[in-house]
Design a protein around this ligand. Structure first.
Ligand SMILES: [Fe+2]
Length: 333
C-alpha cells in the first residue's frame, strides 16, 4: 500500500483502522493512471452515449426489448408483483468458511459482504431498508464487491449519501473497502473514495492481527473492461499472508487459485435473480460453473463465496433467489 498525503480524504468518524490509512492515498485516477485510457475506452464501448440516458435506460436497445418482453410475460402470468415483493425481502445471512490453511489468529474473523447494491436513485426506500437490515452488525471488516448504481447510466450523486446511510449502523474494526463492478464507470471510484470508502483497484493492503497477516486485495471488474490485474493485486503480499481477493465476478477463479489467493469473495450473478425450480438460474451472466454462481464453493485449495447481492438490475424482481447481505465467519478447520 502506498501512503501519500496528497489529496487526502478525511476518514468519516468510526471509519476503522484500515480505511483511515487507505484514505490518505492519492485518488484512483492517479494510482491507476496506467489503466485509465483503456478503462474509459471500454466504458464507451459497453456504455455508449451515456450523456443521453438515465437510470432506467437499458444497456443496449435489444436487451431492453428482451427485458420488456420478459416483464410482460411475468405480468400476464400473474407473477410480477410477487417478484417485486421478493426483491425487497432483504435478508441478513450467516455463513462459516472452514479452511485448514487459515492462520490460527484469523480464526473467528468476521467479514460483512455487501454486493450488487444497485442503489436506485428514484427509490431511496431501498437504501433505508438495506440500512435497517445491517444496523447493529459488528464485524472485523466490511467489503463491498461492486455495482453501486441501479442501471447502467445516469447521475451518481445519490450514491455517497445512500452508502453512508447503509453503513452508518455497521461497526467494522478495520473499516470498509470496495472493488469495482461492471456497472461502475471510473467516476464511481472517486465517488466512493470521496464518501470515505477506499477502493482496491488492482492493489492490496495488509491487516496484521496477532501473528497473522491478512492481505486484502481487489481487482477491477473482470467482466467488461479487461483492466483487472490480479498479479498487481497480490504482488506485495508477504510470503506467509492469507490472501483475500475481492472480485466483482467469479470469472478469475482458476487464475486466483494459481496466484495464491485463499479466499475469493464475489457477486455479480445475483444468483441468477430469476431461478426456476429444478432448473436453477435462467442466466448466470458470467463465465463460471453453476456451482460458482451462488453460495459457498471450493476450487483446489481456495474457498469462495458468491453472494446473490442485495439489489436487482434490468428487472426489479427476484424468484427463488432472496437478496442478501452476508456475514462470513472464517474458521480454521
Ligand atoms: Fe450486479
Amino acid at each position: 500500500m502506498t501512503v501519500n498525503t496528497q489529496n487526502p480524504v478525511p476518514a468519516p468518524p468510526g471509519a476503522g483502522l484500515l480505511t483511515e490509512a487507505l484514505l490518505t492515498r492519492p485518488p484512483v485516477s492517479v494510482r491507476a493512471a496506467e489503466f485509465m485510457a483503456r478503462r474509459l475506452k471500454g466504458e464507451a464501448r459497453f456504455r455508449p452515449h451515456q450523456q443521453n440516458k438515465d437510470e432506467l435506460s437499458p444497456v443496449i436497445w435489444w436487451r431492453g426489448i428482451g427485458m420488456e418482453a420478459l416483464r410482460w410475460g411475468l405480468v400476464l402470468a400473474g407473477l410480477y408483483e410477487r417478484g417485486l415483493q421478493n426483491a425487497m425481502d432483504l435478508r441478513l445471512v450467516h455463513r462459516e468458511i472452514c479452511m485448514p490453511s487459515l492462520p490460527e489468529d484469523l480464526s473467528g474473523f468476521r467479514i460483512l459482504q455487501l454486493s450488487d447494491l444497485h442503489l436506485p436513485r428514484r427509490r431511496p426506500e431501498f437504501a433505508a431498508k438495506a440500512a435497517a437490515l445491517v444496523t447493529g452488525v459488528d464485524v472485523d471488516l466490511c467489503v463491498l464487491t461492486g455495482d453501486y448504481r441501479w442501471g447502467y447510466y445516469g447521475p451518481l450523486d445519490h450514491i455517497p449519501e445512500q452508502l453512508r446511510q447503509i453503513l452508518a449502523g455497521v461497526t467494522s474494526r478495520y473499516g470498509t473497502v470496495a472493488c469495482m463492478g461492471n456497472h461502475d464507470i471510473m467516476k464511481v471510484a472517486d465517488v466512493l473514495e470521496s464518501a470515505g470508502i477506499p477502493v482496491l483497484y488492482n492493489e492490496g493492503t495488509a491487516i496484521t492481527t496477532g501473528r497473522a497477516v491478512l492481505w486484502v486485495c481487489g481487482i477491477d471488474d473482470p467482466h467488461n473492461y479487461g483492466c483487472d490485474r490480479l498479479d498487481l493485486a497480490v504482488q506485495d503480499a508477504p510470503d506467509d499472508a492469507f490472501i483475500l481477493l475481492l472480485s466483482h465476478t467469479p470469472e478469475r477463479i482458476s487464475k486466483a487459485e494459481k496466484a495464491g489467493v485463499s479466499l475469493y469473495l464475489t457477486g455479480h450473478t445475483h444468483g441468477g435473480q430469476i431461478r426456476l425450480p429444478l432448473f436453477g438460474a435462467l442466466s448466470k451472466n458470467a463465465a463460471c460453473t453453476r456451482e460458482q454462481a451462488m453460495g459457498l464453493w471450493r476450487h483446489g485449495t481456495m474457498c469462495g463465496y458468491t453472494t446473490t447481492g442485495l439489489g436487482t438490475t434490468d428487472l426489479p424482481v427476484r424468484y427463488n433467489c432472496p437478496p442478501e447481505a452476508v456475514i462470513l465467519t472464517l474458521r480454521r478447520a
